[in-house]
Design a protein around this ligand. Structure first.
Ligand code: ADP
Length: 433
């Protein structure tokens, strides 16, 4: 007869409890792709099965800022007190204890007995007073890790239940943390892919509209020239009118060329083929003056004067046609988003780099949009009001990075925008970042 070793009763209980807990967590956390639902599910599993408190800290994309989408406890007044605590005394990056250390070390922390002694370690009196009033007995912090990267942390604590956590609780909290991190990551990826699909669909609508606008204009104007030249036009055209038709057609062709260039560049960047640089020595001021001359007609049409402030030549080793594209993008945006106002370009050499700025006095860009506008298809204006593919800044940033430089924007809504390009003057042939 085969001898089967039976598990001791207490071990069986623990194992069963653990597997039931994990099963519950799995089914609850995989029930929705909505991030808020997922987060609330994580809290509802933590409480009351494991703890009296559940706090989820998540990192924003900048990896420097934490926010708390979940602070859960059965008493809303307690929740408000913790919210206030986090507002007044947010976890400090670089500290050896607490949320940040758990995130940075990707290791859990357990404090079986917290109590008054733990509350007294808080540096500020008000901080200590709030912690004392919460009567925290025991705490566990586990990292939320998805695809090897810490995305935040899960804090579980006890108070009124009077329980003290032990190693088995920690192992369950870690299991919950792993499942929750995966579910949060899935929700975020899903939201991101939905956004990308939405942006692509919007882009297709905008792109077809953008391409057809200059073509329609050309289709209307070129036959007039043709009929004028063949003597079939029933009215006379003055030299001024002729010039205007030719300039306008030129402008529409330039617009078409710019759009097609943007599409080619972005598809190259998308397919993983980097843009390449063809380096030569030239004067950046000379290039800016040349680009401005090409904008003469459009600037006049928009009621803008383009001013260039530069005290001396600024010679460097760059790709002339790519920097031409950078200046074209920044000027055309300034003319589009700041009609009737001057556009100021300044070029100032520093020791081993040069700073080129393009300032306008137009609609400006809200703070929350200033990072995303450098991503492809991202726009901070309505397509109905302003044309554009939302690609210019993404390509501009790629070109600037390829030169080893940086681009940034300073702006306030309604106060104009200042785009600043910082370029090293002696660019070596380099691979993209
Ligand atoms: P597009 O102008 O074709 O939309 P860009 O990539 O050049 O695409 O710019 C992205 C977004 O950034 C624009 O849609 C607009 O919301 C904002 N933007 C860019 N330049 C300016 C500017 N000078 N003033 C205000 N908003 C700007």
């Amino acid at each position: 007869m085969k001898f089967v070793r039976k598990k001791p009763h207490f071990a069986l209980d623990l194992a069963e409890k653990r597997s039931a807990f994990i099963e519950k967590a799995c089914s609850a956390l995989t029930s929705s792709l909505d991030l808020n639902v997922t987060l609330n599910q994580a809290a509802s599993i933590g409480i009351p099965d494991l703890a009296d408190w559940c706090i989820v800290d998540l990192l924003l994309e900048d990896q420097q800022t934490l926010y708390q989408p979940v602070i859960a406890h059965s008493d809303p007044a307690h929740v408000e007190r913790v919210r206030e605590l986090r507002r007044k005394f947010p976890p400090v990056l670089g500290t050896l204890q607490g949320v940040w250390s758990v995130i940075q070390n990707q290791k859990s922390v357990i404090l079986p007995v917290a109590g008054e002694q733990w509350a007294m370690t808080a540096p500020a009196a008000e901080h200590r007073a709030i912690l004392m009033s919460l009567d925290i007995r025991s705490i566990m912090l586990v990292p939320l890790i998805a695809r090897g990267v810490a995305i935040g942390s899960l804090t579980l604590a006890t108070s009124e239940s009077g329980r003290n956590f032990n190693a088995s609780d920690l192992s369950m909290a870690e299991a919950l943390g792993r499942i929750a991190a995966l579910a949060i990551d899935n929700s975020r990826l899903y939201t991101k892919s939905q956004r990308a699909i939405q942006l692509r669909d919007e882009f297709l609508t905008v792109a077809s509209h953008e391409l057809s606008t200059p073509m329609t204009s050309l289709r209307l104007q070129l036959p007039i020239l043709n009929r004028y030249l063949t003597g079939n036009l029933p009215f006379k055209l003055s030299d001024e009118q002729l010039k205007s038709i030719i300039h306008n057609s030129d402008l529409q062709l330039a617009r078409l060329a710019q759009l097609v260039q943007e599409l080619l560049d972005i598809s190259r960047i998308n397919s993983g083929k980097p843009l390449t640089l063809d380096l030569s020595l030239f004067d950046l001021v000379d290039l800016a003056i040349e680009v401005r001359s090409r904008f003469e007609f459009e600037a006049k049409k928009q009621g803008c004067e383009i001013l260039i402030h530069a005290k001396e030549k600024v010679i460097g080793r760059w790709d002339r046609s790519r920097l031409d594209q950078v200046i074209v993008n920044l000027i055309s945006n300034a003319l589009k988003y700041a009609p009737g106002k001057p556009v100021e370009i300044s070029i100032s050499p520093q020791s081993d780099h040069v700073v080129l700025t393009v300032r306008d006095f137009g609609i400006g860009i809200a703070l929350e949009d200033q990072v995303r506008i450098f991503k492809k298809f991202e726009r901070a204006v309505s397509a109905r009001q302003y044309g554009g593919l939302g690609l210019g800044l993404a390509i501009t940033e790629s070109i600037v990075h390829l030169h080893g430089g940086r681009i940034s924007v300073e702006s306030q809504e309604g106060q104009g925008a200042l785009f600043k390009v910082d370029l090293p003057t002696n660019v070596m042939s380099r691979a993209p970042r």
